[in-house]
Design a protein. Structure first.
Length: 576
């Protein structure tokens, strides 16, 4: 249906109104508006101006919504779970709330305030008043804010929602029993009390906000220490009163489905939380100690485990070689490195890259750290007898094309994986070795025949994670003697190095975030002959060096020269 002249004139006027409002607020420039209008015209008018500005990265959804709200004379608000009264959500049917993108916030003097994501809908107020039986007023909010707040109060089953965030928690306000001999009933009751719930919620939320990979809750005789592992280093976060520790550990164990009456043996559990509508898995481990149970929570965030290859930090040459390697028709591809070096993330990235409807990909993991769409994922259960080797045997009868084995730990698993690799399957797995070449001798030391290793091995990627220099306090650095010696063999002219001096954003460390450093072994015919002949590790390394093999340190120095990290960080992580 074609718009009439009046409609076209109104639509054009509104475009100008939105664009002019954003320009007046200093959000965009006139050139950016013209570019967006040009892109919009080229798209066949399928996208609204606001959508096009967001797609081009000129504005955020909140900035567009705020400008729209002003155009319609509607207040704009950033909606959070704290702002909404959960008792009001039932004032409107769930179907209406989901379908219209609305959220009842609170009721004052019999006037129901409702957040809407479409302030242009002039009939919405009348519909809300008719359904709720109350007078209504609307405020504009982004669809993401409304959806996130709604999910906080209407969670999925078995999901704990972190709906009360206390960024300025004053631990001194908490009151707990001074008794040293708390019975089980007291602990269970205390673990459900509001201060403990708030503290645990705060610790989990803040850890995710700070990009922590683990939370350590450690009791002592007169204190309780909570530390976060951020960018591979532990940082003390808070020290709540030590009397609170039994209640804190019990609260976490209740959330994880663990037995709070058992404090003499280690336990494991899982927690599923939703923050801002985003699901995150937590792995909980408890260990009995002299002063109480130490609790460690591993944070599994799909956003950090599903990283595309181009964002992993590989050089362009290496990423092209890696892409060719993971598309091999058969054989074994290994990723090596110590615990916490990002091996699982690399494997997930690889299988996600080759994932398609034409390929049957299955994984055997312990545990499954991230859910990958359209991949068959299986979790090992040692207690039930479902081992890596047993799972591999079963999967080979499931017509697989690609198999990912979480880790090759023993000869039995290695043998089955090798047989699969030699019979037309592509196998991905990990090993704990210091470099890529050591993976060869590790397999032989497990008991595998060298000629079989030579026949099935397609490539080995070794990796580490180094901290990146904080961009907010980055400055030129004068290299010390050791740094000069390390870069002398790589560059004729020493490059300009950088460092972070420390600021509030990086907690004074000078580093923020991490990036991978890699070495990729792609054995040629000569290397494969050396492997089959069971040559020593020293001989293999010497041959690799003659063939121009770049080591972890080499890649680290290149990244330091590009201003991503420091030589000191490369030495800490990668040098032997």
């Amino acid at each position: 249906m074609n718009a009439g002249p009046g409609q076209t004139q109104h639509h054009t006027a509104f475009k100008s109104q939105l664009g002019d409002a954003l320009i007046a607020q200093g959000v965009i420039t006139r050139q950016q508006l013209d570019q967006a209008l040009e892109e919009q015209a080229g798209s066949g008018h399928n996208k609204l101006l606001g959508e096009m500005l967001i797609e081009l990265g000129f504005v955020t959804e909140a900035q567009v919504m705020e400008a729209l709200a002003k155009s319609y004379g509607v207040p704009f608000a950033r909606i959070t779970p704290r702002l909404a009264d959960p008792r009001m959500i039932d004032k409107l049917p769930r179907e209406f709330v989901d379908g219209q993108g609305v959220l009842p916030l609170f009721c004052v003097d019999d006037v129901l305030t409702v957040a809407v994501s479409e302030p242009a809908n002039l009939f919405l107020v009348d519909e809300v008043e008719r359904i709720s039986g109350k007078r209504a007023q609307i405020v504009a909010a982004t669809a993401a804010d409304i959806r996130g707040t709604l999910q906080a109060y209407l969670p999925s089953a078995n999901v704990f929602v972190i709906d009360e965030i206390y960024e300025d928690v004053d631990i001194r306000e908490f009151t707990v029993s001074e008794s040293q001999s708390l019975d089980l009933g007291d602990i269970e009751e205390m673990s459900g009390q509001s201060p403990v719930v708030k503290l645990v919620n705060y610790l989990i939320y803040q850890a995710i906000h700070d990009r922590a990979s683990d939370i350590h809750i450690e009791p002592d005789d007169h204190r309780c220490r909570v530390r976060y592992r951020v960018d591979g280093r532990l940082l003390t976060k808070v020290a709540p009163p030590y009397q609170m520790h039994p209640a804190i550990s019990s609260r976490i164990k209740i959330m994880a489905g663990m037995d709070i009456s058992e404090r003499r043996v280690p336990q494991d559990g899982d927690i599923h939380v939703a923050i801002d509508g985003r699901p995150i898995d937590l792995r909980v481990s408890s260990m009995p100690g002299k002063f109480g149970e130490k609790i460690v929570i591993r944070i599994i965030d799909n956003r950090s485990t599903m990283i595309p290859i181009e964002k992993m930090g590989m050089s362009q040459v290496m990423s092209e070689k890696w892409r060719q390697l993971i598309r091999s028709s058969n054989g074994m591809v290994l990723v090596t490195g110590p615990t916490g070096s990002g091996k699982s993330t690399t494997l997930y990235s690889a299988i996600n890259e080759i994932n398609s409807d034409e390929v049957n990909i299955s994984t055997v993991e312990n545990p499954v750290e991230a859910q990958v769409p359209n991949i068959n994922q299986f979790q090992v259960n040692e207690k039930a007898g479902f081992t890596f080797a047993g799972a591999l045997r079963a999967l080979l009868r499931q017509d697989p094309d690609v198999l990912m084995v979480g880790e090759i730990r023993d000869l039995e698993t290695a043998t089955i994986a090798t047989q699969a690799a030699l019979t037309g399957h592509l196998i991905f797995s990990t090993l704990h070795t210091n470099d890529s070449i050591s993976a060869v001798t590790r397999l032989v030391n497990m008991g595998m025949e060298p000629y079989l290793v030579s026949a099935m091995l397609r490539g080995v990627l070794a990796q580490r994670l180094v901290r990146k220099i904080c961009p907010h306090c980055k400055e030129h650095d004068t290299p010390d003697k050791i740094s000069l010696q390390m870069i002398a063999s790589h560059f004729e002219e020493p490059p300009q190095l950088f460092r972070g001096i420390g600021c509030s954003r990086c907690r004074g460390t000078g580093y923020a975030g991490r990036v991978g450093i890699y070495e990729l072994l792609l054995p040629n015919e000569e290397m494969l002959e050396h492997i089959a002949a069971n040559k020593s590790l020293q001989d293999l390394r010497a041959l690799a060096a003659n063939l121009g093999h770049k080591t972890l340190v080499d890649d680290g120095i290149d990244k330091a020269a590009n201003g991503l990290t420091t030589i000191q960080e490369v030495i800490r992580v990668a040098s032997s």
